[in-house]
Design a binder for this molecule. Structure first.
Ligand code: BV8
Length: 243
């Protein structure tokens, strides 16, 4: 199903800065699970046991296993950026004004597709940090509570560089500044259940009077908040934004 003409038309104003928010749905067709679909991650794991600071204190081995499993899955050569990731990277180079891509995803598919003006607001699966010395580094091997930090050599301090529930998302000042002056806000592949990301559409609409667009497989929780919407698979709809 092609992107509706009204959405194509709002891409005529080339002076508009664009903020794009993506969620797990944009990576689904690359072979990564979403969270809240029937076969999603939260159908197999309880958020409170694997994605909160308390979970990490109570059962670090389970939390490390959860992220080691997902890290290994992401490093499978079969997992590649899809046409939607690639289209967003092309939009960034083709669009004459700023395009800021804010992703809730912790995979690196936008990075590999070539997006540069990119914020991983919930962190990155292929990075870890040390609670003892603050080291932040790229990591592809399994991580455990006894893995020594490559910088301070202490054990017990390494954690995934991921924002857990109850933790502050990253680069929020930069995101809010972009939302306050954007002309177009496009949400792609997110159910709109997690805050503060789920509230971005209202900020863009109220603070900068932006046109807002939801592109998703089905209406998200905040569907009524968007000016325009188009429902279908990201690899079908997102390239139409650029071509
Ligand atoms: C914060 C990293 C404040 C981990 C994630 C009580 C206590 C504490 C906090 C709260 C609370 N109540 C509410 C909150 C706030 C909480 C929250 O929103 N909870 C929800 C559950 C109610 N938020 C937070 O805690 C955030 N922090 O509020 O901090 C603060 C203030 C001061 C000081 C300190 C703190 C932090 C939230 C971040 C949590 N971390 N991820 C990990 O990944 O392991 S969230 C997790 O959900 C992922 O990042 C994911 O991206 C995100 C959102 O999910 P979606 O991406 O939308 O995925 P989902 O499966 O839901 O939907 C996919 C969609 O794609 C579907 O609609 C589907 O139809 C569609 N789709 C499927 N296939 C396709 C498709 N679309 C297109 N094409 C396809 N082919």
């Amino acid at each position: 199903m092609p992107l509706r003409p009204d959405i194509i038309n709002i891409l005529r104003d080339e002076a508009a800065t664009i903020v794009i928010l993506t969620g797990a749905g944009i990576s689904k067709e690359s072979g990564l699970h979403t969270f809240r679909d029937p076969d999603g991650i939260w159908a197999k794991y309880d958020i409170s046991e694997v994605a909160t600071p308390e979970a990490f204190i109570n059962n670090p081995d389970l939390v490390h296993h959860f992220y080691n499993d997902r890290r290994a899955g992401l490093l499978d050569p079969a997992i590649q950026p899809n046409k939607a990731h690639i289209a967003l990277a092309r939009l960034e180079t083709k669009w004459p004004s700023d395009v800021l891509l804010v992703t809730q995803n912790i995979d690196d598919l936008h990075d590999r597709a070539g997006s540069k003006n990119l914020i991983h607001m919930h962190g990155e699966l292929l990075k870890i940090r040390c609670n003892h010395c603050g080291l932040l580094t790229v990591w592809s091997a399994p991580l455990g509570r006894d893995t020594p930090c490559t910088s301070c050599t202490k054990t017990g301090g390494l954690r995934p560089h991921v924002v857990w529930f109850g933790e502050m998302p990253l680069e929020m000042e930069r995101i809010y500044a972009a939302l306050a002056k954007c002309g177009l806000f496009i949400s792609i592949g997110t159910s709109g259940n997690v805050y503060p990301a789920a509230g971005f559409v209202q900020i863009a609409s109220k603070e900068s009077g932006a046109e807002t667009v939801e592109i998703n497989l089905e209406p998200g929780s905040g569907a009524s908040l968007f000016d325009h919407s188009s429902y279908g698979r990201a690899t079908e709809l997102v390239p139409a934004l650029v071509d």
